[in-house]
Design a protein around this ligand. Structure first.
Ligand SMILES: Nc1nc2c(c(=O)[nH]1)N[C@H]1C(S)=C(S)[C@@H](COP(=O)(O)OP(=O)(O)OC[C@H]3O[C@@H](n4cnc5c(=O)[nH]c(N)nc54)[C@H](O)[C@@H]3O)O[C@H]1N2
Ligand SMILES: Nc1nc2c(c(=O)[nH]1)N[C@H]1C(S)=C(S)[C@@H](COP(=O)(O)OP(=O)(O)OC[C@H]3O[C@@H](n4cnc5c(=O)[nH]c(N)nc54)[C@H](O)[C@@H]3O)O[C@H]1N2
Ligand code: SF4
Ligand SMILES: [Mo]
Length: 752
């Protein structure tokens, strides 16, 4: 018998809830029980009745209380005189005054310079993300929604590829996510092999895949692992095969695997015949990638490539978990295409123990807000066309409805085609945080271009200190009601209720922020919603249940249906097949061709690499990959939470032990990581788990304990790896960056 969402026990109120943000996490919605006494959160524990997490939590949720009651938390709205930017000089104001000021500035810039002069920045996965387009188009009436990672290189590339190649549906490992009885469910099968491609789900729980589900399947059902990762990470130490590739050569490796499978006739002829388009052309293309050549490119031994291909193709069924490394690669569009081909030709799509598919996304979701905004009259088609970079990068900007990140930096610097004058930061610490490359350029460009800046935040950081004129505090997920939808709706495991348990700040939730500015700017539309809960019910909760009805259910898992293409569920017209131009999964992409790229997957070297720039590589003789996730932090967050910081006190760069020895670098020493753009300092960690020619640096580093004022800005210039990540190292179609495939030199820092 499931417990109610709220109960009294031993003088405490216990609230069952799903976790989300803030503090940051992806929309995974792990199950929590929040204990409250006299209006104060006293403890946090896992919820054993949550069908997926079953009581398991990672350290960040266990430290939730430390975030909620942290001494440095922003407790009330604050404004600052623009001449004091960079100084810790804030004036407390009321929430009403904060929104009055925001409204006044929004009206001023809209009337004087056009709504396109306002740009709304948003980062990853947090609640703000699902409202980003809506807030921009229907709150501020601007077309410029910006996710500032170069090449929009997170998740969007993978989702777009699937939309272009098969009309939607995001393939995810079948870990029995949609069954209330999970692994016991009749008809579910465990994958025989899981290939983890540049993904470490134990640490990242990325997007809506829980790493511990993989452990469950390995322990209880004998599932075996193939890891494709330049590092042997924790889960890699349990893998049967590790393909330790040179960072950024993923497309070559995927094409090599396809070569083996097609040459040795290991593919599923019926699946190919019925559900794919362009197999013969693909078969021709992969001839260019025989295993010995691929071994040379990728640094993966030929025998391992052949072994992995055979095992993956001949085990019914195999699943693939594809991670961020697919996106953070200028060649990533082709990596995704080759990986989808790998699944499709081995009949591992939408089958038990293979990869499940989400249903195609319909218009009434939050994904494409533009139609709703145009209907409500908050933006016009003409205004929408003014999105920065939309004309240059249609492959990115049409489907995402946003602007192009790299084009935004160009515009901030040049004022062309028009000047961006007002910035809103909602869930993105663009300066000295995680998202942007060439961070000092972003800082200087925004200082020059943005005349008014508003940020919603939990804590001050380099972005608020350097730029904000107005700061509005955020309620954590323990302080507001919302619905978390795993995988952003692309392959939903469940929808869960996040229940408010305590009141702490004079602030807003992301939805509350949007509704308040929306009501002021576009009352005709926004006044239809009485409250945040009413909005949730009318717009987000399936079947439009009321908030009260939904929170009683708590967790709502959609039905699992395999082989949806056969059943006509992958097309809006109900016909069998997929919603692509050809009605099939396009191994040969008519859409890539239309946008001017090669319709077939191919490998291209990263812009800087031992092969593409051998002379530069002599000077910078390591391949650099960055940003592998760690338990205690979500991007730039949590650095001020002592219990979490203790786990990872300083920024760490991983170096192979033998290579470090040659360089005279010992464990725990500060080293410089240097490239053409400059250098940053991190602490060396020596390991056998990474090849001798590769290093891995952590991302998102700043030091909340240091001076926050200019010029120090919490010391981000010292250690934040994105200070030396390049601007616009993007792919031909506009997606991808080189965060996981750069080059650098490493040497001991004189001062330790
Ligand atoms: N704790 C925590 N969880 C998070 C986040 C966080 O900041 N902290 N961030 C969230 C976000 S926004 C995202 S996008 C996800 C990302 O989560 P994941 O998709 O799991 O990605 P990463 O952890 O960045 O990297 C996964 C693995 O890719 C390997 N790798 C590096 N370069 C390459 C390469 O060139 N090719 C291949 N094949 N592998 C490579 C790394 O060594 C690493 O082990 O995590 C989410 N979850
Ligand atoms: N070198 C390198 N850089 C990377 C990566 C990498 O692998 N390597 N990964 C990249 C990836 S995949 C991503 S997605 C980006 C992420 O980049 P971002 O998502 O921009 O992450 P942060 O810099 O931590 O900034 C997020 C801010 O939002 C605030 N916040 C937290 N929760 C909420 C909330 O619910 N609402 C609102 N309004 N604010 C909230 C936090 O306090 C924080 O200051 O980083 C990218 N940067
Ligand atoms: S992944 Fe970790 S931090 Fe995120 S919701 Fe789950 S337990 Fe909390
Ligand atoms: Mo991300």
């Amino acid at each position: 018998m499931t417990k109610p969402w709220k109960r009294e026990e031993n003088g405490e109120t216990i609230i069952r809830t799903c976790a989300w943000s803030p503090p940051g996490c992806h929309p995974v919605g792990c199950g929590l029980q929040l204990h409250v006494k006299d209006g104060v959160l006293t403890s946090v524990e896992g919820d054993p009745e949550h069908p997926i997490t079953r009581g398991a939590l990672c350290p960040r949720c266990l430290a939730l209380k430390d975030v909620v009651y942290h001494k440095d938390r922003i407790m009330y709205p604050m404004k600052r005189d623009p001449k004091d930017r960079g100084k810790d000089k804030w004036e407390r104001i009321t929430l009403k005054e904060a929104f009055d000021l925001l409204e006044e500035k929004t009206r001023y810039f809209t009337e004087k310079h056009g709504p396109e002069s306002i740009v709304v920045f948003c980062g990853t996965g947090r609640e703000a993300t699902v409202f980003h387009n809506e807030l921009t188009f229907m709150g501020f009436g601007s077309p410029n929604a910006c996710y500032a990672q170069s090449g929009w290189s997170c998740y969007a590339p993978r989702v777009s590829q699937m939309a272009y190649l098969m009309g939607g549906g995001y393939p995810e490992i079948d870990y029995a996510a949609r069954y209330p009885d999970r692994y016991e469910h009749p008809g579910w099968e465990a994958p025989k092999y899981i290939m983890l491609w540049g993904k470490e789900p134990l640490k990242s729980n990325a997007d809506g895949l829980w790493g511990h589900a993989i452990i469950d399947m390995m322990k209880n059902y004998g599932t075996k692992l193939i890891c494709v990762d330049p590092r042997i990470n924790w889960i890699g130490t349990r893998a049967e095969i590790n393909l330790q590739l040179r960072p950024g050569t993923d497309a070559a490796l995927a094409l090599g695997l396809l070569n083996v499978i097609i040459t040795e006739d290991l593919y599923d002829h019926e699946a190919v015949e019925k559900w794919t388009f362009g197999f013969d052309q693909l078969a021709e293309r992969v001839k260019e990638y025989p295993p010995d050549k691929v071994a040379e490119i990728t640094w993966v031994p030929k025998e391992l490539i052949i072994d992995a291909a055979r095992k993956f193709a001949t085990s019914k069924h195999s699943a693939l978990g594809w991670g961020l490394s697919v996106d953070q690669n200028p060649n990533g569009i082709q990596v995704g295409q080759a990986l989808l081909a790998l699944l499709a030709i081995t009949d591992n799509i939408d089958v038990p123990g293979g990869c499940t598919l989400g249903l195609p996304i319909t218009d009434d979701t939050n994904v494409d807000m533009i139609n709703r905004a145009m209907e409500a009259g908050t933006v016009s088609e003409e205004l929408f066309e003014k999105r920065i970079g939309a004309k240059e990068y249609p492959f990115v900007c049409q489907l995402m409805s946003t602007n192009h990140p790299d084009a935004v930096l160009d515009t901030l610097e040049s004022g062309e085609p028009y000047r961006l004058r007002m910035g809103v930061f909602q869930s993105s610490n663009v300066i000295g945080g995680a998202i942007s490359a060439a961070q000092v350029r972003w800082l200087e460009a925004m200082q020059k271009s943005l005349e008014f800046v508003c940020a919603t935040e939990l804590f001050h950081n380099a972005t608020t200190m350097a730029l904000a004129d107005l700061v509005i505090p955020l309620k954590t997920f323990a302080e507001h009601n919302t619905m978390v939808e795993s995988h952003y709706g692309f392959n939903v495991a469940f929808n869960g209720a996040c229940n408010a348990a305590v009141e702490v700040v004079e602030g807003v939730s992301d939805l509350g922020f949007m509704m308040e500015i929306g009501r002021r700017m576009f009352p005709d539309y926004w006044n239809q919603f009485e409250s945040e809960e009413d909005y949730q019910s009318k717009v987000r909760i399936p079947d439009k249940l009321s908030w009260e009805e939904f929170r009683e259910i708590g967790i709502q898992q959609p039905e699992e249906i395999y082989r949806k293409a056969e059943k006509g569920l992958m097309r809006f017209d109900g016909e069998p097949g997929y919603m692509s131009t050809t009605g099939k999964i396009e191994l040969y992409s008519t859409v890539y061709e239309h946008f001017g790229d090669d319709p077939l997957p191919y490998f291209i070297e990263p812009p800087r690499s031992p092969v593409s720039t051998p002379e530069l590589f002599e000077k910078y003789p390591f391949v650099l990959t960055t940003g592998g996730r760690v338990y205690p932090f979500f991007h730039s967050e949590h650095r001020q939470i002592d219990r979490l910081r203790e786990i990872n006190p300083q920024p760490i760069v991983e170096i192979n032990s033998a290579a470090a020895k040659r360089l005279g670098i010992a464990e725990g020493e500060w080293v410089w990581i240097e490239n053409e753009l400059g250098r940053v300092k991190q602490v060396a960690h020596l390991t056998e788990g990474i090849g001798e020619r590769v290093v891995h640096a952590q991302h998102g580093w700043w030091f909340p304990e240091q001076d926050g004022e200019e010029p120090n800005l919490f010391g981000f210039r010292q250690s934040n790896i994105n200070v030396i990540m390049p601007h616009k190292a993007i792919g031909k179609m506009g997606f991808g960056d080189t965060f996981k495939c750069e080059i650098c030199n490493i040497y001991k820092a004189a001062e330790q």
